[in-house]
Write a protein that binds this ligand. Structure first.
Ligand SMILES: *Cc1c(COP(=O)(O)O)cnc(C)c1O
Length: 386
């Protein structure tokens, strides 16, 4: 059976060019970047080349890039690092209700350490209300953290405006850009952010590696103690092969961003048109205007998203109900609830995130399978149709 993957917000395959770039660093060029001999220097050179590449892609300076084990660690380092180091200036943090668990759980942890956190509500499309953000700012606010693009509904936040507000008030601004880097422009100066998290496996790089951009002059403390790697902010022998893969993957995304974005937007519009044209009581969650290319979150009344997912899986199609991180929980998605959906509406959601491999032919087949699945489950649903 031909398999169709449409869950690129959960993870992506490693691009062939990325794998090729990484391979030598598992064998011939295996050195420890801290060693002073030729083996070490070879690894160090690859590490610093990758740092320069990542910096260039983000409009940053090489010394402003720290490599980590991925998005989750970057988010933890940014939030805990800023909060603990700047607690003498204030103990208030502002975030949103629709963040990834890597942010929300870290905020909960910081609340236990005595920090106060404001969780901003969002509009029905998932957008932060700038007036509400401004009203939430207090004299003791030290950090604002707002994700660039949402992993469940694909909504893109007005970061530029938030950046201006944060700069005016002299408050650090962090963004979880794990879903946006490689898909839409993420120049740190245009966005006005002081810290930015990213992860390789969401942009056709390997799992277990990511980076944190830290604007020069931003004060934060390390959360991992050890040999003082990465300017003392992230100890531990660097994952050189992974880092080389991250830089290569990010470079490829940058080169193809416009072309890929255009193609994926067209594919998503096609799928949305086909599905909404054929199925009643169906809708798109999130924003149609400010949305990641290739990302769709459908809502269907009277069906369970899990049933749809399993039906599609049996046809070789990989999609998700919400985020990969929350799909094992039975609670309705915190993101969809924040958008104002009722719990029963959240249960009928299906997230489809397209990527490099997907074609128009696949879109047509997936649309047909979704239609078949919804009709079948509605036919046997106890809730029935009105
Ligand atoms: C996937 C994801 C993360 C976590 O990144 P990992 O590299 O898997 O730890 C964080 N934030 C968002 C928005 C994500 O989509």
């Amino acid at each position: 059976m031909k398999r169709i993957y449409m869950d690129h917000s959960a993870t992506t395959p490693v691009a062939p060019e990325v794998l090729q770039a990484m391979l030598p660093y598992f064998s011939d060029k295996f050195g420890n970047a801290s060693s002073l001999h030729g083996f070490g220097l070879e690894a160090k050179e690859a590490l610093e080349d990758s740092r320069e590449k990542m910096a260039w892609l983000l409009g940053a300076k090489p010394e402003e890039i720290i490599f980590t084990s991925g998005g989750t660690e970057s988010d933890n380092l940014a939030l805990k690092g800023i909060a603990r180091r700047n607690k003498d200036r204030g103990k208030h943090i502002i975030t949103t209700c629709v963040e990834h668990p890597a942010i929300l759980e870290t905020c909960h942890k910081l609340e236990k350490e005595g920090f106060a956190v404001t969780y901003l509500p969002v509009t029905g499309e998932g957008l932060v209300d700038l007036a509400a953000l401004e009203a939430a700012i207090r004299p003791d606010t030290i950090l604002i953290t707002v994700m660039h693009a949402n992993n469940e509904v694909g909504t893109i936040q007005p970061l530029e405006e938030i950046g201006k507000l944060a700069a005016e008030k002299d408050i650090y601004l962090h963004t979880d850009a794990v879903q946006s880097v490689g898909k839409i422009p993420t120049d740190v100066n245009s966005l006005g952010v002081d810290l930015l998290s990213l992860s390789a496996h969401k942009l056709y790089g390997p799992k277990g590696v990511g980076a944190l951009y830290i604007r020069r002059g931003t004060k934060l403390e390390s959360i991992v103690q050890g040999g003082g790697h990465e300017s003392g902010l992230r100890s531990g022998t660097e994952n050189v092969a992974g880092i080389v893969g991250l830089a290569k993957a990010a470079e490829l995304c940058q080169e193809n961003m416009e072309k890929d974005g255009h193609r994926l937007t067209k594919l998503a519009d096609r799928l949305a048109g086909l599905v909404l044209g054929k199925i009643e009581d169906a809708w798109i969650n999130g924003s149609m205007q400010r949305r990641l290319p290739g990302s769709l979150n459908f809502g269907f009344s009277y069906v369970e998203g899990e049933s749809l997912l399993l039906f599609l899986d049996a046809k070789g199609i990989g999609v998700s109900t919400g985020s990969a991180c929350s799909s094992h929980k039975l609670q309705p998605s915190h993101v969809l609830l924040s958008l104002g959906l009722r719990p029963e509406q959240c249960h009928g959601s299906l997230r489809i995130t397209m990527g490099r491999s997907n074609t128009e032919e696949e879109v047509d087949y997936v649309a047909q399978c979704i239609t078949e699945a919804v009709e079948r489950f509605r036919g046997i649903s106890a809730l029935g149709r009105k």
